[in-house]
Design a protein around this ligand. Structure first.
Ligand code: SF4
Length: 277
């Protein structure tokens, strides 16, 4: 893809593109893995305590009651350990253990709330946890190895990518953009047309949800800040969301930018390509 480096906005995009997000990927993964393991240990300790406490009095109910309860808790503990181990291996190796194909759901539904709680107790900033969650979510979405037809992929953009001085109303129809090249919307429309994927712009969570309901995508490539991405990934589960962080050289929610090449590689990764095409 070619970039017009004469335009100031594109110069900035090219400069930011070079600041690859992968520079921070390893610490983010490490944080995520540490929090998963910490959450699992807390869960196991909690379950062990639940087991030990009633154990003392259960014999009075039935002679087999303590054993039955012990087996139930052992099963739950093994399940938590197996799931967290499988999730960590999935993150590190990109491979899944048997019976662990629903890791993304487990991460979103169980581990993220636990990790956020643990992170708050340990004083880890929310932003760092969200970034690590998005990074790991993307790897899990990619490891599912799904491929989609162009119309099944939705590129969902935040309103703040549009130049703040532009008077075009794009929320209901992004094609109202007159393609002046003053903001990334122009390049993103070109990219969507080239691959035939759907593209839409949302001003908030409610409109984003409505766009998803109307378009019924099988995969969403979403651009947003870490807060909106992590809540969007949770809101739209089980639809897989591949998150791309926007860049905010002018502060939050104003004339934001995005790495076009990162979006293009995501489209390449998920787009169904018939053999020989
Ligand atoms: S590219 Fe489109 S959205 Fe961006 S400033 Fe120009 S007309 Fe407005």
């Amino acid at each position: 893809m070619t970039h017009d480096t004469k335009s100031p906005i594109r110069k900035e995009t090219v400069r930011l593109n070079s600041l690859s997000s992968s520079a921070h990927s390893t610490p983010r993964k490490r944080l995520f893995i540490s929090l998963i393991l910490g959450s699992s240990i807390l869960l196991v300790l909690f379950l062990s305590a639940l087991w030990i406490i009633p154990f003392i009095g259960l014999k009075n109910i039935h002679s087999y009651a303590p054993l039955a309860l012990a087996l139930a808790f052992i099963f739950l503990i093994v399940l938590v350990l197996w799931s967290s181990l499988g999730l960590v291996l999935n993150i590190l190796l990109g491979r899944t253990l048997p019976l662990t194909s629903r890791f993304r759901g487990l991460t979103i539904k169980l581990f993220l709330p636990l990790m956020t709680l643990l992170g708050r107790i340990l004083g880890i900033p929310k932003e760092a946890i969200r970034l690590s969650f998005i990074k790991v979510n993307n790897e899990l979405v990619a490891s599912e190895r799904g491929h989609f037809l162009p119309h099944e992929i939705l590129l969902l953009l935040p309103h703040c990518l549009q130049n703040s001085r532009c008077s075009r109303r794009l929320t209901y129809d992004i094609t109202h953009c007159k393609r002046c090249g003053e903001c990334p919307i122009d390049q993103l429309l070109t990219l969507a047309e080239r691959f035939g994927i759907r593209i839409a712009i949302a001003t908030g969570g409610t409109i984003a949800r409505r766009i998803v309901v109307q378009n019924k995508p099988k995969l969403i490539i979403a651009v947003a800040c870490e807060r909106d991405l992590s809540s969007g990934i949770q809101d739209t589960y089980p639809i897989p969301v591949y998150g791309v962080l926007n860049q905010r050289p002018f502060g939050p929610c104003l004339d934001t930018l995005v790495d076009i090449q990162q979006i293009e590689s995501a489209v390449h990764r998920f787009l169904y390509q018939p053999s020989g095409a």
